[in-house]
Design a protein around this ligand. Structure first.
Ligand SMILES: Nc1ncnc2c1ncn2[C@@H]1O[C@H](COP(=O)(O)OP(=O)(O)OP(=O)(O)O)[C@@H](O)[C@H]1O
Length: 277
């Protein structure tokens, strides 16, 4: 049984827009999964099926092996939390603190538990100093953190992030990467995210789904996907700079180990340099 699964999932929007066509997707506990693909590939539509926001035109979505039904959709939404692309869709309370408390209160938790969860979420996202602020007056990046904190406070087992780094400054991106990477190990969570920043994928994911025109056109480990440049270019994507540069050096006779993350690349370069010396 998979933690989350779609089987032959097809979604046709009104107007005969075929947004998903026969998508098979699985996620396991503690996995870090990137969904990549050009604009309009169907990433957000897929995510909206993960907790029953959208209903399949055909096919199935299974959460812990169970199809999503009217009866279990509340439970499913506790289990799978989604942070949308645009934080304005998700933020509506008068203060940040109240906004983060909204989800836990809705789950029917007692006051002390709600307060505790709000504190934890503020702390995890590093936004304690924003607690009294009016969400709508925050910057884009600050809003994004508040939106993530609001979902996190519901303690989902699966955290789905639709383009989490869009609009963040470089330090914000680095903080987000570090934050996401703590969740599987420290909290046993599964993280599924979409991004157009392919250089972040190796830093934040173990497994990749490549989507194009509503279909999954490739999937595999970071290594499996990034060693298929044709798959990426045919979907208007590209191999990120680190593996691209190292591949090119290898093709030019440089003895250097392949790497996908910044830290691994640094090690590869230092090793290659040491071997020469
Ligand atoms: N509510 C809707 N009604 C009709 N068509 C829609 C609706 N939402 C999305 N679509 C269409 O479905 C297709 C998939 O859109 P989706 O937002 O899932 O793509 P995406 O991969 O998330 O794109 P992006 O990278 O631009 O965020 C697109 O052709 C889009 O125009």
């Amino acid at each position: 049984m998979h933690l989350l699964e779609t089987r032959d999932l097809t979604h046709i929007y009104r107007g005969d827009v075929h947004a998903l066509e026969g998508v098979n997707f699985t996620a396991e506990r503690k996995s870090r999964i990137a969904v990549i693909g050009p604009n309009g590939a169907g990433k957000s539509t897929l995510f909206k099926h993960f907790n029953g926001i959208l209903k399949p035109t055909s096919g199935e979505v299974l959460v812990r092996g169970e199809p999503i039904t009217k009866e279990n959709v509340r439970e499913v939404r506790k289990f799978v939390g989604i942070v949308f692309q645009n934080p304005d869709d998700q933020i509506f309370s008068p203060t940040v603190e109240q906004d983060i408390a909204f989800g836990p209160i809705n789950l029917g938790l007692d006051e002390a538990t709600v307060a505790h969860r709000v504190e934890e979420a503020l702390h995890l996202l590093g936004i304690e100093e924003l607690r009294e602020r009016v969400p709508h007056h925050l910057s884009g990046g600050e809003k994004k953190r508040v939106a993530i904190a609001g979902i996190l406070a519901m303690e989902p087992q699966v955290l789905v992030l639709d383009e989490p780094t869009a609009g963040l400054d470089p330090q914000g991106v680095a903080d987000l990467v570090a934050f996401v990477n703590r969740l599987p190990e420290e909290y046993g969570m599964t993280v599924v995210f979409s991004t157009h920043h392919l250089d972040l994928v190796a830093e934040m994911a173990d497994y990749i789904y490549v989507m194009d025109k509503g279909r999954v056109v490739g999937s595999g480990t970071v290594e499996e996907v990034f060693t298929r440049p044709e798959l990426l270019t045919q979907t208007r994507l590209d191999v990120p700079p680190i593996p691209k540069l190292i591949r090119s050096l290898r093709e030019n006779g440089v003895a250097i180990d392949m790497a996908y993350t910044y830290e691994d690349a640094k090690k590869s370069f230092l090793d290659a340099y040491a071997r020469r010396a």
